[in-house]
Design a protein around this ligand. Structure first.
Ligand SMILES: CC(C)(COP(=O)([O-])OP(=O)([O-])OC[C@H]1O[C@@H](n2cnc3c(N)ncnc32)[C@H](O)[C@@H]1OP(=O)([O-])[O-])[C@@H](O)C(=O)NCCC(=O)NCCSC(=O)C[C@@](C)(O)CC(=O)[O-]
Ligand SMILES: NC(=O)C1=CN([C@@H]2O[C@H](COP(=O)(O)OP(=O)(O)OC[C@H]3O[C@@H](n4cnc5c(N)ncnc54)[C@H](OP(=O)(O)O)[C@@H]3O)[C@@H](O)[C@H]2O)C=CC1
Length: 444
């Protein structure tokens, strides 16, 4: 299912020319104008103490303060015909630039910028909760007894969350899995399948799993131990696809067709070799985690789901596919679990997360999940494109040079001056940065 586009939302233009060369305040103003943020949200995004300690103290335990990370805006994204500006919270240089670049290529159409961009779709937001049953001698018999009690179990689960049911969600079904273990004997594991609508859903399904446990014990004749969601959210999948013509990929050094051949060869290693797949998938998560963090969602849950899904065949492999279609165009796809919420967790308590959701202008958790997967696909394309041609260091280290200049002690305008010289010489080292800084200061 592709998330329905609401006609009521005004269209925006995510192609912000020269955005990278503006100062942070000017970037904030341009983005806020583009998406129509009000004065309060503009002030919040400009406030380095947007998350007050009092608020933070209500979020976790033993709070002593807050910890800040940079928020950048990925430009150029067009997804299902709609433009999005995408807030990304991340500490790693070149991630926002790479996503913006690939989004620019994805929407390119010849020399213009009216191409289709990314196409996405998703399943309904169904989460699984597991109820582990032990102390049974006839696990297959117990399985059928639990299945016979399905309607009572589903009703008991739904009785725990009338609000979710009123919103069109709720427990839809159960599954029962049988295991034989040497350490704990026969084991039956019932799954509650719950449509959690716009929540990430962990607390929602955990509450239901605990509520139905006595009924499961009664039906199975066993005893229940664990009652907890599964982060392998394989019924809550989001998908993104991109198709890029070779001429769009052509650079001064590399013809587009050669670039595609290189990307396909690079991808193949991630398909066959877990050592490469881990790094390849880390590159995908470079795009996904910053959106997850910016929107106050649980990035550990997303990481766990991603890597478990990548190993679902029993062999850890690439989350993306890259192919060439009949017209010689590069076609990339990404399908993965994406348990993101617009309510619950820190999405409502962290003020910056609320602002990030306004920047995105999303109306459902499914829409947010689809956008996030599109950013992951873009990020993977950027890494493969660089790795298959010039290598990762030229583009990445040029941007990392600013970090190195800061480590060497540069401040203000010195940062850009030192970083530029480091990057131009392809020699991005702290000791070299110190030498350059000393020379710069001596010159006055
Ligand atoms: C870094 C680039 C984009 C430079 O690439 P470039 O060719 O130097 O870029 P450009 O100056 O020609 O600009 C092209 C577009 O890139 C964007 N862009 C370019 N620079 C900026 C900037 N400063 N600030 C904001 N946006 C920037 C921007 O959209 C710009 O278009 P415009 O909108 O200006 O017309 C390119 O080399 C690249 O994509 N490299 C890959 C970087 C990457 O993957 N980084 C992730 C970190 S490495 C890692 O952790 C993962 C990895 C690699 O191991 C995964 C794996 O192995 O698969
Ligand atoms: N393994 C894991 O990943 C685990 C993660 N967690 C944590 O759980 C949190 C997420 O749990 P989650 O259940 O999403 O959070 P919440 O329980 O905070 O929010 C979900 C609740 O919000 C209410 N709600 C209001 N509007 C909607 C809507 N449109 N769609 C759906 N629900 C709506 C619902 O009912 P009502 O109003 O009646 O509450 C629902 O039960 C995260 O902080 C995560 O870190 C916790 C345990 C384990």
């Amino acid at each position: 299912m592709q998330v329905e586009q609401r006609a009521s939302r005004p269209a925006i233009n995510s192609r912000l020319e020269n955005y990278r060369n503006l100062a942070p305040a000017a970037r904030l103003a341009l983005m806020a104008d583009a998406v129509g943020l009000d004065a309060a949200d503009r002030a919040l995004l400009a406030d380095p103490a947007a998350l007050a300690v009092d608020r933070a103290n209500g979020m976790i335990e033993n709070v002593i303060g807050t910890f800040q990370l940079p928020m950048g805006i990925a430009t150029n994204f067009r997804i299902n015909g709609r433009d999005y500006l995408i807030p990304m919270v991340v500490e790693e240089p070149s991630v926002v630039a790479a996503a913006s670049y690939m989004a620019r290529l994805a929407r390119a159409n010849g020399d213009g910028f009216d191409g289709v961009g990314f196409q996405t779709s998703s399943t309904a937001p169904i989460m699984r909760a597991q109820v582990q049953v032990l102390g049974i001698t006839d696990p297959f018999g117990a399985r059928l007894r639990i299945l016979a009690a399905r309607d009572r179990i589903v009703a008991a689960a739904n009785a725990r969350d009338a609000k979710l049911v009123s919103l069109g969600g709720g427990c839809r079904d159960i599954e029962v899995h049988v295991f034989s273990t040497s350490a704990a004997g026969p084991m039956v594991v019932m799954h509650l399948l719950v449509d959690v609508r716009d929540a990430m859903g962990a607390n929602t399904v955990n509450t239901m799993a605990e509520a139905v446990a006595p009924l499961v014990e009664e039906a199975s004749g066993g005893r229940v131990r664990l009652r907890i969601l599964s982060n392998l959210a394989d019924l809550r999948l989001s998908r993104a696809q991109v198709t890029v013509a070779p001429e769009v990929l052509t650079t001064r050094e590399v013809a587009g067709a050669d670039m595609i051949a290189g990307i396909l060869e690079a991808h193949e290693l991630a398909v066959i070799d877990p050592y490469r797949a881990a790094t390849h998938n880390k590159g995908i998560m470079n795009g996904i985690d910053p959106v997850v963090v910016a929107t106050g969602n649980d990035w550990r849950a997303i990481e766990a789901g991603a890597h478990a899904y990548a190993a679902r065949s029993g062999r850890y492999t690439s989350l993306t596919t890259w192919e060439m279609n009949g017209a010689g165009h590069l076609v990339g796809t990404l399908e993965m679990p994406m348990a993101l919420g617009l309510v619950g967790g820190a999405t409502k308590t962290h003020p910056m997360a609320q602002a990030a959701l306004k920047i995105l202008g999303v109306e459902t958790a499914q829409e947010l999940a689809e956008i996030t997967v599109a950013v992951g696909l873009a990020q993977n394309m950027a890494a493969l494109r660089a790795l298959a041609t010039e290598g990762i260091q030229r583009g990445h280290m040029a941007l990392h040079a600013r970090n190195i200049a800061i480590v060497a002690g540069a401040t203000g305008d010195e940062i850009e001056a030192v970083a530029k010289t480091l990057a131009a010489a392809h020699d991005v080292r702290v000791d070299r940065a110190r030498e350059l800084l000393d020379a710069l200061r001596k010159r006055g």
